[in-house]
Write a protein of this length. Structure first.
Length: 198
């Protein structure tokens, strides 16, 4: 038995639409730039010139860029980019000759991300609608894949990792921060959408 993927996606979209609209409401996860700095090791000065519309809805679980910033001119894919904090930091690192493909499945996050591109002028960011299990990206076309607290929301992790490796060039890097469960979850738990999103 498996979780209803369409139902799970709808539930996740509802939660993260609410995060875009009210990032300080209080959720079962933390949000915002203070959390990112104080708990996850982001440098405050790196976030200082990003608007609150980028950093406020941030809901990551770690700092995938702590493993190394992408090189100038590199192409990066951000799986589950959300409002884009990691995407915007990557965009500053790759510069105007680089590219960041920010993939998200939530319409509100895509809209906010595109608004943030216009607001910041970081036009090397390309927001694309898509799923972690079927990235809207060409084979072997990117140097770095990043993701922050998203892969845990996908029922088929092997498919997500397969997509990440499909889009990476030879010698590319996968840099993720995510939640790991060290115990087997009973089948009833794996099928309960509330557990996935709570």
């Amino acid at each position: 038995m498996t979780v209803d993927q369409a139902g799970l996606r709808d539930a996740i979209k509802r939660v993260y639409t609410e995060v875009v609209n009210d990032p300080k409401k209080g959720y079962h996860f933390h949000t915002g730039p203070d959390y990112a700095v104080e708990r996850l090791g982001y440098a405050r000065d790196m976030l200082a010139d990003l608007p609150d519309s980028v950093t406020g809805p941030f809901a990551g679980v770690g700092n995938p860029l702590s493993l190394g910033l992408p090189d100038r001119g590199a192409t990066v894919v951000d799986i589950g980019a959300g409002s884009g904090m990691d995407s915007f930091l990557a965009a500053k690192a790759v510069g105007t000759n680089g590219k960041v493909i920010a993939v998200d499945m939530t319409d509100a996050m895509l809209q906010r991300g595109r608004e943030n591109v216009a607001l910041t002028g970081l036009r090397q960011i390309d927001y694309r609608a898509g799923f972690a299990e079927s990235l809207p990206v060409e084979d072997a076309s990117v140097d770095v894949v990043i993701s922050n607290g998203v892969i845990n929301l996908a029922p088929d992790k092997a498919l997500v990792f397969g997509e990440a490796f499909r889009v990476l060039r030879h010698g590319g890097r996968l840099q993720i921060a995510d939640i790991v469960v060290h115990k087997d979850i009973p089948p009833a738990g794996r099928e309960d959408i509330a557990i996935w999103t709570a």
